[in-house]
Structures are given as structure tokens and as C-alpha cells.
Ligand binder design. Structure first.
Ligand code: HEC
Length: 218
């Protein structure tokens, strides 16, 4: 073969490989824009993007609210004592769920996940976040309430439930993280902490336990 011809073929072959190399590179590089793809499949579809207008609806809003009266599939309806901790504007005083060992165990677990960071494992308000906030000495920190204080002991269980559900003053709500049953489980555990910290008297014990402790029977 004549020499110039070989060179031309070689150069052309190399040039032909550039687009392929670029395509191959597109498949692997990381970037903010979507990858180039030859076969689009479902990569690109018409969709309503967050906060964007949508002419299909009369009010032009792309993001729709659920229709009035919509309830989640597992929502309890018509039992405000259970779901709101309040009946006819009055906080419930008695637990709307059976309080047993399983509830307390669950309550302890959830309390230690969600509440102890601020209120401390004993509920006295000395959690890690409180310690850290104090060490920063910014002067703006509202300390988590001592949950075994007389003020909180005096709160009806419905009020404690509502504090978890909706938050209170500087404390944020935990309804999104903690479902109804777990809120009551936590309330039962808070009550147990209070009892263990002095709110209990000998008369709260069963006759057997009193004997076991050697306490005088009443
Ligand atoms: C991020 C920190 C933080 C977490 C987590 C937190 N709390 Fe609080 N809580 C606070 C603060 C702060 C206050 C006091 C708010 C105020 O007085 O402004 C408070 C107050 C309270 C009170 C007293 C309300 C009253 O009647 O005055 C209760 C009860 C309570 N929290 C229960 C809980 C329970 C139960 C959990 C777990 C589900 C929890 N908290 C998780 C920070 C927290």
C-alpha cells in the first residue's frame, strides 16, 4: 500500500473513535446535568415539577392539596380521646389504650430515641443537647423541661400526648416521626419515670409488693 494512504486511513480511524470515546465518557462522568443517553426509555417524561404552575387546574397550582376530608388509610377517625388527647375541649385524664408491660417497654425505647436527647434518660432535662447548648453559652437556650417535676406530673395524660403531637412553646412537634400508638407508649413511660422519681407512694403498690418491700400495709 502507498504510504500516504496508510496514514490517511489511520488518521480517519482515530478521528472516528472520538465521538465513541466522548459517548463512553458521558456514560460515566459525574455531573449535575442528566447523563446523555442514546435510548431514552423513561429518562425524560412530562411531569409537574415542585412549585411550578400547571394549566390543567383552574387555580393554576401544580402542587395539589388533598381533597377536603381526606384521611390517611391507617388514620383513626372519630376517637378524639385517642388521636387528640382531648374530648370536648377537656384533656383526657385516663389512658385511652391499655397500659401494660409491652406499652411501657415500647415507650421506653421510643423515649430514649426521640426525647432523651433533650430531656435526658431520666427525664430531668439534662440530655446531651442541653449539655451542648449550655457549653456554647449563647444565652438564648430554653432548657428542656424537667419531666419529673411537679408541674409535669400534674399534667393530664392528654396534655402530655398533645405536647408530643403538636410541640409546646419552644419544643417542636413530633407527630411526623411518632405515630399515635407510640405517642401513648411514650406518655406511659414518662408517667413511669415520674413514679420512679418520687411521685409514687407505698399506697400505689400492690399488697404483694408492699409485703415484699417490708412496707406497712395500710
Ligand atoms: C429538641 C429538644 C427536645 C426534644 C427532642 C423533646 N423536647 Fe420536650 N421540651 C423541649 C423544650 C425546650 C421544652 C420547654 C419548652 C418551653 O418552655 O419553651 C420542652 C417541654 C416539654 C414538656 C413540658 C410541657 C409543659 O407542659 O409545659 C413535655 C411534657 C415534653 N417536653 C415532653 C417531651 C417528649 C415526651 C419528647 C419526646 C417525644 C420530647 N419532649 C422531646 C425540648 C425537647
Amino acid at each position: 500500500m502507498p504510504k500516504p494512504f496508510t496514514s490517511i486511513v489511520l488518521v480517519l480511524t482515530l478521528l472516528m473513535m472520538i465521538p465513541l470515546a466522548l459517548l463512553a465518557k458521558q456514560r460515566v462522568i459525574k455531573g449535575r446535568s442528566p447523563r446523555a443517553s442514546l435510548v431514552w426509555d423513561m429518562d425524560n417524561q412530562d411531569k409537574v415539577k415542585t412549585q411550578k404552575a400547571n394549566a390543567m387546574f383552574a387555580d393554576g397550582r401544580g402542587m395539589r392539596l388533598p381533597p377536603e376530608g381526606t384521611v390517611a388509610r391507617d388514620d383513626v377517625v372519630g376517637n378524639p380521646g385517642l388521636t387528640e388527647g382531648m374530648v370536648d375541649g377537656v384533656w383526657v385524664e385516663a389512658f385511652p389504650v391499655p397500659v401494660d408491660e409491652a406499652l411501657l417497654t415500647r415507650g421506653r425505647e421510643r423515649f430514649e430515641i426521640y426525647c432523651a436527647v433533650c430531656h435526658g434518660y431520666s427525664g430531668e432535662g439534662d440530655g446531651m443537647i442541653n449539655k451542648r447548648a449550655n457549653s456554647l453559652m449563647e444565652g438564648t437556650w430554653v432548657p428542656p423541661t424537667n419531666l419529673v417535676s411537679d408541674a409535669v406530673v400534674a399534667r393530664p395524660v392528654g396534655h402530655l400526648y398533645n405536647t408530643i403531637r403538636r410541640g409546646i412553646r419552644n419544643m417542636p412537634p413530633y407527630a411526623a416521626q411518632i405515630p399515635v400508638d407510640d405517642r401513648w407508649a411514650i406518655v406511659s413511660y414518662v408517667r413511669a419515670l415520674q413514679l420512679s422519681r418520687g411521685a409514687a407512694t407505698v399506697s400505689d403498690l400492690s399488697a404483694e409488693d408492699r409485703v415484699a418491700l417490708g412496707a406497712a400495709a395500710e
